[in-house]
Design a protein around this ligand. Structure first.
Ligand SMILES: [Zn+2]
Length: 305
C-alpha cells in the first residue's frame, strides 16, 4: 500500500492549523508523568542535583522539565549527556535513563560529570505520542528558531553546560511507527504514505560526518548481552539506511535537526530499542538502554584512563 487513509485532513493536502488542532483534540492522557517520572526524579536527589530547565506551555504546572546532574560536580572531569523521551512514546528511553540514574550511575559519576535528561517530551510521554501538542516532531527540531519548545528549552539548557564529550540519546523503533506515526506524518504533510519495514532488534544511529564506529561497536556489544541486534534487511539496510557495521546506521544529525546533533560531542550515538519484538519485555528494553549507556561509557573509560 503506497497510500494510507488517515482520519484527519485530505489526501494530497498538508494540514492547516485547524487540522493540527483536530489532531491535538483527539489525543488522550494515557499514563502519568507525575507517577512514572517526577516521583522517581525526586527519589534521586541524594546522588543528583535536580535542575528544572523549563516547562511545557501546554500545561506548565503539569509538565516541568528536569535534568539530573551528578554530584559532586568536578570541573576537571569530562561530561556525559544522556537524553531520553525526546519522543515521549518511546518508554524505555525514559525508564532506561531513570534506571541508569538510580542503579548504575554510581561508578561512572566518579569518572564523568553526568547530565541525565530523562524525559524531554513529557506531554508525549503521557499521551504516548511522537509529536508535541503542535503536531511537531521534537526530534526533527533541534534547529535555530525551533518550532518545538521541547527542543529549544533543552538546547538553551545545554548551551549553559560545559562541553559534552559523549552524548547518548535513547530511542525506540516501534510497530506504531508504521501503524500510526508515519501515516500521520504523511497526512500532515499532504504526501503519500510509503510503508517501511520495522527491524526486529536493537540498532544504533551514528552521525554521518563523525561515525565513531568503534564506539558504536562497543554499544552494540554491550547491548547484545541483553537483547538481539537488528539484522540488515535484503538491501543491507535498516529502515532505509545502509548498515555500516553490525547494527549501526548513520544519519547526518545536525542536518536533520536530530537531538543527536544537540552538542559538539566527540562520541555520540542514538539507541533504537525494539519493544514490540516477541523476545522483548519492558524490563529487557530498559536493560538494553542501560547496557547501551554502560557500553558507551566503558569504552571511553578504557580510552581516557
Ligand atoms: Zn525516537
Amino acid at each position: 500500500m503506497s497510500n494510507h487513509f488517515y482520519p484527519i485532513g485530505s489526501p494530497g493536502k498538508a494540514w492547516d492549523d485547524n487540522e493540527c488542532k483536530q489532531w491535538f483534540q483527539a489525543t488522550t492522557i494515557q499514563r502519568s508523568y507525575e507517577n512514572e517520572v517526577l516521583q522517581r526524579i525526586a527519589s534521586l536527589e541524594v546522588n543528583f542535583t535536580v535542575q528544572q530547565y523549563g516547562a511545557l506551555s501546554v500545561n506548565p504546572k503539569k509538565y516541568p522539565l528536569f535534568a539530573l546532574k551528578s554530584k559532586p560536580w568536578r570541573a576537571k572531569l569530562p561530561t556525559a549527556l544522556i537524553t531520553g523521551g525526546v519522543h515521549g512514546y518511546e518508554t524505555s528511553g525514559v525508564q532506561g535513563a531513570l534506571e541508569f540514574a538510580a542503579n548504575h550511575s554510581g561508578g561512572y559519576a566518579e569518572r564523568f560529570n553526568l547530565i541525565i535528561v530523562p524525559c524531554v517530551s513529557p506531554w508525549g510521554y503521557e499521551t504516548i505520542n511522537r509529536w508535541n501538542p503542535d503536531c511537531v516532531d521534537p526530534n526533527r527540531s533541534f534547529t535555530s528558531n525551533s518550532p518545538s519548545e521541547e527542543a529549544s528549552l533543552l538546547m538553551a539548557f545545554i548551551d549553559n553546560q560545559p562541553d559534552i564529550l559523549v552524548h547518548i540519546d535513547l530511542h525506540e523503533t516501534t510497530d506504531s511507527d508504521e501503524k500510526e506515526f508515519r501515516p500521520a506524518l504523511a497526512a500532515r504533510d499532504g504526501k503519500p504514505y510509503i510503508a517501511g519495514e520495522v527491524p526486529d532488534g536493537f540498532y544504533t544511529v551514528g552521525d554521518t560526518p563523525n561515525p565513531q564506529l568503534e564506539f558504536q561497536a562497543a554499544v552494540i556489544e554491550s547491548v547484545s548481552a541483553v537483547t538481539h541486534i537488528a539484522p540488515a534487511d535484503a538491501n543491507s539496510q535498516i529502515i532505509g539506511s545502509d548498515v555500516v557495521a553490525p547494527g549501526v546506521i548513520l544519519y547526518p544529525m545536525r542536518e536533520l535537526g536530530l537531538c543527536g546533533g544537540l552538542t559538539n560531542c566527540q562520541y555520540g550515538t542514538t539507541t533504537e530499542v525494539y519493544p514490540d519484538s516477541k523476545k522483548a519485555t519492558p524490563a529487557i528494553c530498559n536493560q538494553a538502554q542501560v547496557a547501551a549507556i554502560r557500553g558507551g561509557l566503558d569504552f571511553l573509560l578504557k580510552k581516557l584512563y
